[in-house]
Write a protein that binds this ligand. Sequence first.
Ligand code: SF4
Ligand code: SF4
Length: 195
Amino acid sequence: MSTEIKILKQVLSKYSKPMTLTYPSAVAPERRYSQIPEGLRGIPERDKDKCIGCRACYFVCSGRATSIYDKDAKRTVEIFLFRCTFCAHCQEACPEEAIKMTNKFEIAVPNREDPGARVLTELDLLKCKNCGTPYVTKKLVDRTYERLMEKIDPIVKETVSNDYKKLDGYCPDCRRAYGVDLDTHTKKYVWLEGV
Ligand code: SF4
Ligand code: SF4
């Protein structure tokens, strides 16, 4: 075989099959993540069982990547990864330690609507037992009560606990409207001894 033909065959062989792999689908995750430097701060992940839907991560998000919205009695906590700056503020702010920064760095998805571009958690909202408006997650009500009782001044602990239980199930508007009827108005604390 002449040298020219050999060269020609070699050149043509380059075009007979792709020179690169289809990324990321054709590259195994263990290979993609095999050479990550220690301490790399990558995609944040959320533990849906720990998340209470409190919004703390939304308020601190430096990249405006986090959004929280209520619809059809569900609260959705969402991070849009294309906007995430991997600053870890959400991890620091989360009172339930529900967010952890991982060492995963790939956000290669076909388009912005792909589920891989988002970290989503959906939580059920309680409906107000008076007006029926969905207003808060059950987990948030329960955790707030627990924390309140851990830290509150013993002088007002029983009163606050009773008020909290009376107001449980009412949305903020109905609490305001019926505070006097339910005897939960905060003015009464003025007369509590030592407060
Ligand atoms: S701060 Fe934590 S618990 Fe609160 S909504 Fe964000 S992830 Fe959930
Ligand atoms: S890592 Fe930073 S930018 Fe990304 S979601 Fe958390 S707070 Fe927002």
